[in-house]
Design a protein around this ligand. Structure first.
Ligand code: ATP
Length: 354
């Protein structure tokens, strides 16, 4: 299977030309947000518009915020790329910058999604005439709020709404004057969850294919996206008390406020009743293969890594990453997807788990 769903095509509904003409008439730089349900052809439209606008002499930027089905590598980030020649697929583009989300669905990550799109669109505006923002297909329930927050933060000059049945009305309420509704191409094709996962597998694999293990000393970088290092280290007495009480071997323990947070290995089988309001715990084995963001001083993501091992005593971690120049890494941010370099996703973690 090809690793991208969407390719350039000229075989598009007539109303696309109207959209191009509208964009041409906007004051530059202009931000255009593309929204629609899953598989309505958002990315196909983005590719079409980018090529068409390039032909008409505009400097075009693309922000790919479709974190589950990224065209511009890698997954789990929002990426900005500039278009300098005609292209057929988003993975032909080389990203200029990324913002780390750390997982493949926006659930529990609305803050990151909004901040990321906003930061990257501000950056894109400095170097382009038109910024095309491709979004996720999450348009129902809290997805309405996410889209509305993105619109509030980014303030697009134009919204292109790919719609079949008025399903975007709750998102577009109040923004009708900056919206053009476009029909969904009859050629738009649905992809199942497992097909999406397969497509991602190929993207992860490709991104990590030339990776190597690097070491970080946790005193040299900021560690964020996790409460693993918040609060105070627990003392020996508390540690052995918790170990005896819950039949654990505690690898790492913190007291954060009036709550304990421990990383543990079960010392024996058996049911345990743990009041999670008092003791939060995380299995040591689940730390491996967590996705990490390598972040610079400006908060942009330089690239991704996979956590391979962590030594709490020596405060050292081993990370597998394809990033070669690590000199600007100021921060390591924990994500919530566990993934292997061969592309296999091992599962998503709850935001509160770490
Ligand atoms: N005009 C078109 N002509 C031919 N195929 C199309 C057209 N529009 C969309 N498709 C096909 O439909 C599928 C879904 O399109 P696309 O990936 O662009 O949708 P999307 O809305 O970006 O999806 P997602 O929900 O993953 O963000 C793709 O296989 C794409 O090639």
């Amino acid at each position: 299977m090809a690793s991208n769903k969407a390719m350039f095509t000229n075989d598009v509904p007539q109303d696309r030309l109207l959209a191009v003409e509208k964009i041409e008439s906007l004051r530059k730089p202009a931000k255009v947000m593309i929204i629609g349900d899953v598989d309505t052809g958002k990315t196909t439209l983005t590719i079409y518009l980018a090529n068409e606008l390039l032909s008409r002499g505009f400097r075009v930027a693309i922000i790919d915020s479709d974190i589950g089905q990224k065209g511009i590598l890698p997954p789990a980030t929002i990426s900005l790329a500039f278009v300098d020649s005609h292209f057929t697929s988003l993975d032909d583009l080389k990203a200029f910058s990324h913002y780390f989300i750390g997982t493949i669905t926006p659930n529990q990550y609305f803050g990151e999604m909004v901040v990321g799109v906003m930061k990257l669109s501000e950056l894109a505006m400095k170097f382009s005439d038109v910024v095309l923002i491709d979004t996720t297909g999450m348009i129902y329930g809290s997805g309405v709020e996410l889209k509305r927050m993105k619109i509030e933060a980014v303030k697009p000059n134009l919204i292109l709404a790919l719609e079949r049945n008025n399903e975007l009305a709750p998102i577009l309420k109040g923004y009708e004057d900056i919206t053009i509704r476009l029909e969904v191409s009859e050629k738009a094709k649905d992809f199942s969850r497992s097909e999406r996962r397969e497509l991602r597998r190929e993207k992860w694999r490709k991104y990590f294919e030339n990776s190597k293990i690097v070491n970080f000393n946790l005193d040299d970088v900021l560690v964020t996206g996790t409460s693993l290092f918040q609060g105070e280290e627990i003392g020996d007495t508390e540690k052995s008390l918790l170990e005896r009480l819950f039949k654990w071997l505690i690898i790492h323990g913190r007291k954060i406020g009036n709550k304990y947070f421990v990383v543990k290995v079960d010392a024996s089988e058996g049911p345990r009743i743990v009041d999670k309001n008092v003791v939060k715990y995380f299995d040591f084995s689940k730390l491996s293969n967590i996705l990490l963001g390598l972040i610079d001083k400006q908060g942009f993501c330089i690239g991704l890594g996979i956590l391979k091992s962590i030594n709490f005593k020596e405060k050292k971690i081993e990370v597998l990453t394809p990033v070669e120049d690590l000199s600007s890494v100021a921060e390591i941010r924990f994500g919530r997807v566990r993934v292997r370099e061969d592309g296999e996703e091992l599962g998503l973690l709850d935001r509160e788990a770490l």
